[in-house]
Design a protein around this ligand. Structure first.
Ligand code: BT5
Length: 276
């Protein structure tokens, strides 16, 4: 069995850049140049910010947070599959730490990795992992958070589906305070994940999840699927219950649409559906 890594120091080293292609790409480059485990890469802007499945992450300068955290394995598989969930929960908690409960702004999570406020996407997560030879693995946890992005500066195609913390709160926020809070929460959560496994995390994540209990449409490699989103399993699979009583389990590559309303990302993703 792979030994669990000891508690890490996430963000002890922070590399800051005015602009990069993608902070996830920069994190892999930093890893190749010997950057230590836990290094954080932060950029003011990205030229080619990445979403999942080849999609783009709009990354203008001067307003948002673009962060990637480099983790050096080997890790148990449960840790790797839990990283997107950890990033979502840590970012949710960091936002709460900074704005306080009293602000009345509630961050929800849409499976698998969208952070949403009032049904609009405020942040996204992209975890990428690569083999580093033998049992070694590099995992990069990318977090994009719209902080002080005014609605008028958003591209037209995002105006109806995206938001920023400033738009929701009515005031701007200090990006460095948010960065510190995200790194702190992630460090704490990562230590707990390595020590205790992922059950607590799935519970925490499920508490904020807007997807569970809703009927969703999902595009899969074998055609469209509709069903009730029942639960997320510890391995990160979403369990969908169909009207005939059968169920499917879906991997995180899926893109889904909530009914009847919700942040309608286009259904362009194709996912693996494991029919029970
Ligand atoms: C994601 O992909 O939500 C993952 C985004 C991860 C971005 C971070 S930034 C730091 C790190 N470095 C990178 O290069 N990436 C990570 P996905 O679920 O595929 O969502 C992408 C979709 O969200 C796009 O197709 C748009 O519809 C929408 N979108 C793009 N930019 C957005 C933004 N800034 N805010 C809200 N929605 C956006």
């Amino acid at each position: 069995m792979t030994p669990l890594p000891a508690m890490r120091r996430i963000g002890e080293r922070i590399d800051r850049f005015p602009i990069v292609e993608s902070t996830n790409g920069s994190a892999f480059e930093a890893a190749a140049a010997g950057a230590p485990d836990g290094t954080a890469i932060v950029a003011d802007a990205q030229r080619a910010g990445r979403g999942r499945l080849g999609r783009d992450w709009n990354s203008p300068a001067g307003c948002n947070l673009y962060l990637s955290i480099l983790l050096r394995g080997p890790f148990p598989q449960t840790v790797v599959t839990a990283l997107p969930f950890l990033a979502a929960v840590a970012t949710r908690d960091a936002i709460r730490d900074v704005i306080g409960e009293a602000a009345g702004v509630i961050v929800h999570i849409k499976w698998p990795n969208d952070l949403i406020i009032n049904d609009r996407k405020v942040g996204g997560i992209l975890v990428e992992a690569r083999s580093a030879g033998g049992e070694s693995l590099l995992a990069v946890v990318g977090i994009g958070l719209n902080v002080n992005w005014p609605s008028h500066a958003m591209p037209d195609e995002l105006k109806a589906t995206a938001t920023s913390l400033e738009q929701e709160l009515g005031r701007s926020l200090d990006r460095s305070g948010l960065l510190t809070a995200v790194l702190h929460r992630f460090d704490h959560g990562f230590g707990r994940l390595c020590k205790e496994g992922a059950m607590w995390l799935i519970d925490e994540w499920s508490r904020s999840c807007r997807t569970l209990g809703q009927t969703v449409d999902i595009e899969t490699s074998s055609g469209p699927l509709t069903g009730l989103a029942e639960a997320v399993e510890p391995g990160g699979l979403l369990r969908l219950r169909h009207t005939d009583g059968s169920s499917s389990r879906l991997s995180v590559e899926a893109t889904l649409r909530l009914r009847p309303s919700g942040p309608h990302s286009p259904i362009t993703g194709v996912t693996r559906a494991l029919r029970d």
